[in-house]
Design a protein. Structure first.
Length: 255
């Protein structure tokens, strides 16, 4: 592990997560920070970004019953909040349904940098895949990479100590994906290669998801994990949460 990551671990005091055995982390509205902090010292801030998979039908107000949406980010945030109230974690969810990576870039200052997260997790790409397959204002993979690199550069320049987590897009052969499976796989594999490269370039944690989803189909059919080939079922969100936690908790607590 490099020096910057060790400094991040020392700075945030995450060694206490070593005992964590289940997923846990993210989401809140901009005006709700004091609710979690209870007037105390600010704790670690974690931001989840992406498209509908992260959005999870979240509300855009202070309704704490729905502000985190549903899905992997809800599973993670609920667990961490429950297990570590003394750490005063602050979780944000800024996923927006339908977003492509260029949409994240357009709103990055307000919905990412202004929140000053200590940990940034991004899951995006499937809408770019569909734009290409269904000819909805498609962009070449070079443009996808340029937009993605732009938001990572902005992030590192503004928040040099941040820990970035990049989750790979995924799909399974259900619904319209099954009808054009080879095309979906071809396009998504190009994205996965780009994101894997960017993870190395920006010293980010890379969370592999396609392989775990594919292997999960040995235990149950594809539509048990992802109902339409793109959006996870509850079990699929649990799978994402567990894969995220295995990679991220290990990095944060490592010395």
């Amino acid at each position: 592990m490099n020096k910057s990551r060790r400094n991040f671990i020392r700075k945030t005091g995450m060694a206490g997560m070593a005992a964590l055995t289940a997923p846990g982390l993210l989401s809140a509205s901009k005006t709700s920070k004091s609710v979690v902090q209870n007037g105390g010292k600010s704790g670690l801030t974690i931001l989840f970004q992406g498209d509908s998979i992260t959005d999870g039908n979240r509300t855009r107000n202070d309704d704490w019953n729905h502000v985190m949406g549903h899905g992997y980010q809800f599973i993670l945030s609920s667990k961490y909040w429950f297990e570590y109230p003394e750490k005063k974690f602050m979780f944000y969810n800024r996923g927006i349904s339908g977003n492509r990576v260029r949409d994240l870039e357009a709103r990055w200052q307000q919905d990412a940098l202004d929140l000053k997260p200590d940990v940034l997790s991004i899951l995006v790409g499937i809408n770019d895949v569909e734009a290409t397959i269904w000819n909805r204002d498609p962009e070449p993979i070079e443009k996808f990479e340029a937009h993605y690199r732009s938001i990572l550069n902005q992030t590192k320049n503004a928040l040099p100590e941040i820990q970035i987590v990049l989750c790979e897009p995924f799909c399974l052969p259900v619904g319209r994906v099954a009808d054009k499976l080879e095309t979906y796989q071809h396009e998504i594999q190009k994205q996965q290669a780009v994101i894997r490269k960017l993870a190395k370039e920006f010293d980010a944690v890379y969370v592999e998801l396609q392989k775990p989803f594919t292997e999960a189909c040995k235990k149950a059919p594809a539509n048990y994990w992802i109902w339409d080939g793109i959006h996870p079922m509850p079990a699929g969100h649990e799978l994402i949460a567990r894969e995220w936690n295995k990679k991220v908790a290990g990095v944060l607590i490592d010395n």
